[in-house]
Design a protein around this ligand. Structure first.
Ligand SMILES: NC(=O)c1ccc[n+]([C@@H]2O[C@H](COP(=O)([O-])OP(=O)(O)OC[C@H]3O[C@@H](n4cnc5c(N)ncnc54)[C@H](OP(=O)(O)O)[C@@H]3O)[C@@H](O)[C@H]2O)c1
Length: 352
């Protein structure tokens, strides 16, 4: 594997995957994204790649057949990843149709194609979380989830799924998610809340059978995701649509406690009422069924949530440079570069 296109390469998972590629000795990488005026560019600053193209220019060249970069693989993480996005036309064009065009382009050229679907395709989870369930039965609860599901359905109906790999990511957290605002993980938000107030705010439970903060999710560390993605990229005999979680459900209380432990603070959790509009549709439990990915032979060795949160907090959020950096393999070396590197952010400050 020498030349790779990574779309969404300035985003959270995409940039982490470029870091993984760099560690595997791959740096002939075309990054496709839209940088805008935000801070996403910082995700790229410590990585090695050969070129960058805006997503619109990239699509224009794909359509026109004029893209000069000839990759062995396309890793398509690029999408509007906001579950709150209301512009359905934009999501259909930018997420669904874009993915269709790119998948077709890659498959026609016999290139490896790996794309991001989402656990949001499972909707409220009534039909379970098995990636072998009948796709037609799934009912996503927001337009973002539907934009992902629409491509999954297309890929299944046209037989594409037998030639490509889709990953239904569950709740991913880790370094390089800092630009995501409201869509950032609760680990990151909790660190910010603790730094500000010393407390973490979690939603109350509005079901008698579930105590406050005992709602659960399948949380997965981005460093574990990218190992699985690399394995899939380099095992071209494996195709299909797979869940990517840890296969374990952990509670929000556990998550908050892991953050407090990593910061060395006593847990203080405040339970706040869940906003009315989301009470009806709120998921109380998610857990990825990992049987089908395991059956492919893909090694699934995930860090425990406590281990992952500790690594994230200690080696990134509290480090001088929070970003994944390919120039060095460990954080200390990055720290020694000091502020001159120009990509440093103040780490999370813990209250005394
Ligand atoms: N993080 C999670 O927990 C999670 C869970 C389930 C699924 N996923 C999926 O995993 C992928 C990566 O997620 P992420 O968390 O890394 O999101 P992210 O940080 O928002 O990264 C996605 C990047 O892709 C850009 N983009 C949007 N449309 C694009 C297109 N058509 N072509 C190329 N780039 C495009 C986005 O720019 P704009 O900001 O301008 O849109 C953004 O910079 C996404 O497809 C997401 O839907 C993530």
């Amino acid at each position: 594997m020498k030349r790779v296109i990574v779309t969404g390469g300035a985003g959270f998972i995409g940039s982490a995957f470029i870091w993984k590629l760099n560690r595997e000795g791959v740096d002939d990488i075309l990054v496709v994204d839209s940088l805008g005026t935000g801070e996403k560019w910082r995700n790229l600053a410590g990585l090695r790649f050969s070129d960058y193209l805006h997503k619109s220019e990239f699509l224009r060249r794909i359509d026109a057949g004029t893209l000069s970069f000839s990759p062995e693989a396309v890793v398509h993480m690029g999408a509007c990843s906001s579950t709150a996005e209301r512009d359905a036309d934009y999501l259909m064009e930018n997420n669904t149709r874009f993915t269709r065009t790119l998948a077709q382009w890659a498959v026609q050229r016999k290139r490896r194609f790996l794309y991001a679907s989402s656990a949001a395709t499972y909707g409220n989870g009534e039909a379970g979380f098995s990636d072998r369930s009948d796709l037609v039965k799934l009912r996503p609860m927001n337009m973002y989830g539907y934009s992902k599901h629409a491509f999954d359905l297309h890929a299944e109906r046209t037989g594409l799924l037998g030639k490509i790999v889709g990953l239904k990511f569950f709740n991913v957290f880790g370094p390089n998610e800092y630009h995501k605002g409201d869509m950032a993980s609760v680990v990151f938000k909790a660190c910010l809340q603790i730094a500000e107030t010393g407390r973490v705010r979690l939603f109350r439970s509005h079901r008698v059978e579930c105590a406050h903060g005992e709602q659960s999710r399948d949380f997965i560390y981005v460093k574990d995701c990218i190992d699985v993605m690399w394995w899939l990229l380099t095992h071209s005999d494996v195709n299909g649509l797979f869940n990517l979680g840890t296969g374990r459900a952990r509670t929000w209380n556990d998550l908050a406690k892991a953050v407090f432990a990593a910061l060395g603070c006593r847990p203080e959790i405040e339970y706040i009422p869940m906003p009315e509009p989301i009470r009806e549709t709120y998921q109380y439990h998610t857990r990825a069924s990992m049987a089908s990915l395991r059956a492919t032979g893909c090694p699934l060795t995930f860090r425990s949530m406590e281990e992952a949160v500790h690594d994230y907090v200690a080696n990134h959020l509290q480090a001088q440079d929070r970003y994944l950096c390919s120039a060095s393999r460990n954080v200390r070396a990055v720290e020694s570069r000091g502020a001159d590197a120009g990509i440093n952010d103040p780490g999370v400050k813990v209250p005394p």
